[in-house]
Design a protein around this ligand. Structure first.
Ligand code: ADE
Length: 250
């Protein structure tokens, strides 16, 4: 998969050298290119923002550097198999990012990301881009970040770990939170009895019983109980599609 990220803070994307993503890059699974938007602003100060028409607080990102940067990305990455990328623009006004969206994006050969800052990017950039490639504005949640870079880190990590070979044990992708509409069950490791502060804390006996069916049942019950307690919105959705009828909630 090819990834292009345009930002005025390319250094923000440095964590994409680390851990699973870094390894996927070194192995050629991910072909990541980070571009500095200021390189496409040609005045003496490499200006990328200006005051908003209509007044109001803050600054708006100018259209010209964005158009040039996105044209550069289009030229640099176009191949027969992927003539244009799917452009993702992180922003609090976007469609909510989800595990389902991560799965859909993991099927695409080429993703590009436009990181806005300040009060946002001139609206005409979205129109200009949408005439050249699919564009989706995507939100991490109902809160406001300082810019798109942190959202790009999150989206790239969520997508990349779904690509074949990126997560060593593919089974660990199956039962995690948000797969199957439920949150993940609690996990434990050694010691079986841990007493750090005078309160002995024991791993649930069922997990040490060797009874695989009982373990599976307990884990499913835990997923349901957790989802009901922490995410009643998800639990209601799962119940509505019939996933919870014969499950016990403790
Ligand atoms: N940029 C600013 N806020 C954001 C959010 N909530 N999600 C994605 N990108 C953002």
């Amino acid at each position: 998969m090819r990834l292009d990220v345009v930002s005025i803070f390319p250094e923000y994307l440095a964590p994409l050298d680390l851990s699973l993503i870094g390894k996927a890059r070194r192995e050629g699974v991910l072909d990541l290119h980070v571009h500095d938007l200021r390189g496409f602003a040609h005045d003496r100060h490499h200006t990328v923002d200006d005051t908003p028409f209509g007044g109001g607080a803050g600054m708006v990102m100018k259209p010209e550097p964005w158009a040039e940067a996105l044209d550069h990305v289009l030229d640099a990455g176009a191949t027969e198999g992927a003539p244009v990328p799917h452009l993702l623009v992180p922003g609090p006004g976007g469609v909510p990012f989800s595990q389902a969206m991560a799965h859909a994006l993991a099927e695409e050969p080429w993703l590009a990301f436009a990181c806005g800052r300040y009060e946002g990017i001139d609206e005409r950039v979205y129109e200009h881009a949408a005439e050249r490639m699919p564009v989706t504005v995507v939100s991490l949640g109902d809160y406001v970040l300082g810019g798109g870079e942190v959202a790009v880190l999150a989206v790239v990590e969520a997508v990349a770990r779904l690509l074949p070979g990126v997560v060593g044990n593919a089974e660990s992708l199956v039962e995690e939170s948000h797969e199957g509409g439920l949150l993940e069950y609690p996990v434990y490791t050694r010691p079986a009895l841990w007493d750090d502060d005078g309160t002995p804390r024991e791993v649930p006996a069922v997990l040490r019983s060797g009874d695989h069916a009982a373990v599976a049942r307990w884990r499913q019950e835990q997923r349901v109980a957790r989802t009901v307690a922490r995410r009643p919105d998800l639990a209601a959705a799962s119940a509505a599609v019939g996933g919870l009828e014969d499950l016990q909630v403790r």
